[in-house]
Design a protein around this ligand. Structure first.
Ligand code: HEM
Length: 301
């Protein structure tokens, strides 16, 4: 929590405001017994109030606490001890799992209640009334700020039970994933070089007189080169923060099966013919999947 002096400065809470509130104390004293009653009259409309204020003993303690808190608003002393007291009130409500919304709504009532008293008791001079109302507004806002901060801090705590260890782990996992991605890029570069070797080998068949094998093989190795380029491109985009591209993996499978089909067509045996049929079926299935993914991606764009 911020130090009290900083909180006061952020709300532009001056010594003039403290003096204003102190000036209100004798008047507010008259209402200190009525306040908890009116407060209860207001919060009894909340559906879950009976769940929290279960019995006479709790209600009595709460009303005593409310009375003390109400009078402290006008004590004129807003020190670190005052901040600790409001923080304690905040944590008491966090501990009983009271929805923060209930505290906000109840604080709305307190604001209206105080303004009503001001109107009733100080409205002879409108400017003075406004000045006093501003100071009341500020102290209620400070209270609301501190109490609701307890709720937020508790929420953060449940998410970060061991904040240090968790952030170290996340950092490590991030770096490790980045390192693996770099290895992947290097692997793809090596693959690219090897595919270039395969391409040269397939071309050599053309010159050695086996034109059909050479041409189909070259076509296959060119397709593989295209796939490596696609993979590399996708990986580089991914490293730069792009989204994961499923389509490219389907295209890799598609190209691998097409290449296998090209090789199979070179052999005219019965077994190879059956294999070709299976490969054509696989290409059709992969083609449909590729088309569907491409369609979804286009629609998303
Ligand atoms: C402006 C809003 C509220 C203020 C200023 C306030 C004030 C307080 C104070 C001063 C205490 C005693 C804390 C302590 O000494 O540690 C307390 C406790 C408690 N409050 Fe509130 N309260 C507010 C809203 C509510 C609401 C809306 C509910 C329920 C619907 C509620 C239920 C309780 C309960 C159950 C306790 C614990 C009582 C006990 O077992 O001693 N409070 N509150």
């Amino acid at each position: 929590m911020e130090p009290i002096e900083k909180i006061k400065a952020h709300y532009n809470f001056t010594t003039g405001d403290a003096a204003n509130l102190k000036q209100l104390k004798p008047v507010m004293e008259k209402y200190k017994n009525e306040f908890p009653m009116e407060f209860y009259h207001y919060i009894k409309t909340f559906e879950d109030t009976p769940k929290f204020l279960k019995d006479e003993e709790i209600i009595r303690r709460h009303q005593d606490g409310l009375k003390q808190w109400f009078m402290d608003l006008f004590s004129g002393e807003y020190t670190t001890q005052y901040l600790r007291d409001i923080e304690r009130i905040g944590y008491t409500h966090v501990k009983i799992n009271l929805p923060a919304h209930y505290v906000n709504a109840a604080m709305h009532f307190v604001r209206q209640y105080c303004l009503r008293i001001l109107e009733k008791e100080f409205c002879t001079d409108i400017n003075e009334c406004r000045y006093l109302a501003k100071s009341v507004d500020k102290i209620i806002d400070i209270n609301l700020d501190v109490i609701t901060s307890s709720f937020i801090e508790e929420e953060i705590k449940t998410y970060f039970l061991s904040e240090k260890v968790e952030s170290y782990l996340i950092q490590f996992a991030n770096r490790f994933a980045y390192g693996l991605n770099l290895i992947l890029v290097m692997g793809l570069v090596i693959m690219g070089i090897m595919v270039m070797g395969l391409f040269a080998y397939d071309v050599s068949h053309i010159f050695s007189g086996d034109l059909e094998k050479g041409l189909l093989g070259t076509l296959g190795s060119l397709l593989m080169m295209w796939v490596v380029i696609e993979l590399m491109d996708t990986e580089v985009k991914h490293l730069k923060g792009g989204k994961f591209a499923v389509k490219v993996f389907i295209s890799v499978a598609l190209v691998a099966v097409i290449r296998k089909l090209l090789v199979a067509t070179l052999k005219a045996e019965a077994l190879e013919y059956q294999l070709s049929l299976i490969l054509i079926g696989a290409i059709a299935v992969l083609g449909v999947i590729y088309w569907l993914i491409a369609r979804v991606e286009r629609m998303e764009e």
